[in-house]
Write a protein that binds this ligand. Structure first.
Ligand SMILES: Cc1cc2nc3c(=O)[nH]c(=O)nc-3n(C[C@H](O)[C@H](O)[C@H](O)COP(=O)(O)O)c2cc1C
Length: 207
């Protein structure tokens, strides 16, 4: 999750999304660079409000310089452009994996299925081998693609932008795949959720 304006010592969500252990936020600390127009703003409330925007969950995978697989749970993924085909996501500047992801020629966005909650926790954890017993297949540039996902977007690096305490990655989608029969894992209010099959309504556009 992005912590725009959050204090630099505000830790990322390290293990379970259902239990976001952020002592700094929970204490309601003010950002290190307070907004003079809104001096009452605090990390905890900002983070909670951001959590009302429901997202899917992805694991971004890449290959490190010495060939080791990299993988991290990321909910800041979004679409950017259809032509050219661009996507974005953001990574905390505090992540030890920042440089490895930034310098990788390719990366893949693995959109997690409702059955892959355990993988979301695993790839957000700082302990253990994240890829142990995870079924993968090789994608472009040998980047591991996680089996059982809803969709895969295989990207080359298009651009990087400064985004406060995160780095914004824009990826050029070289190829993608979707399994429309697989239900997505949803992240909302700091909890994992699933879609109810019956709750669908068509989008009506007037343009
Ligand atoms: C549901 C969920 C979504 C997350 N989204 C992001 C994100 O968009 N950006 C980010 O930098 N960290 C995000 N994280 C935290 C990282 O997954 C976690 O900090 C990271 O895996 C720790 O590994 P590192 O030590 O290599 O940084 C998320 C965690 C969870 C559980």
């Amino acid at each position: 999750m992005i912590h725009a304006n959050a204090a630099a010592n505000c830790p990322e969500t390290p293990t379970a999304a259902a239990d976001l252990p952020c002592a700094t936020c929970d204490a309601g600390n003010a950002p290190k660079q307070p907004n003079p127009r809104n001096p009452d703003m605090n990390c905890r409330d900002f983070r909670r409000a951001l959590g009302s925007f429901a997202t899917g969950i992805t694991v971004i995978t890449a290959k490190g310089r010495d060939g080791e697989p990299l993988g991290m749970t990321i909910s800041s993924f979004n679409s950017v452009s259809l032509d050219p085909p661009l996507i974005l996501w953001s990574l905390s500047l505090a992540s030890p994996s920042l440089e490895a992801f930034r310098s990788a020629s390719h990366y893949a966005v693995n959109v997690l299925s409702a059955e892959q909650e355990m993988l979301s926790n695993r790839f957000a954890s700082r302990s253990g081998n994240r890829f142990a017993d995870v079924a993968t297949r090789p994608g472009l540039a040998d980047v591991p693609l996680i089996e059982g996902c809803c969709a895969w977007f295989e990207c080359t690096q298009h651009a990087h932008y400064a985004g406060g305490d995160h780095l914004i990655f824009v990826g050029y989608v070289e190829q993608f795949e979707q399994d429309a029969n697989v239900a997505p894992l949803i992240f909302h209010g700091g909890n994992y959720r699933r879609l109810k099959k019956t709750e669908t309504h068509q989008v009506h556009r007037t343009d």
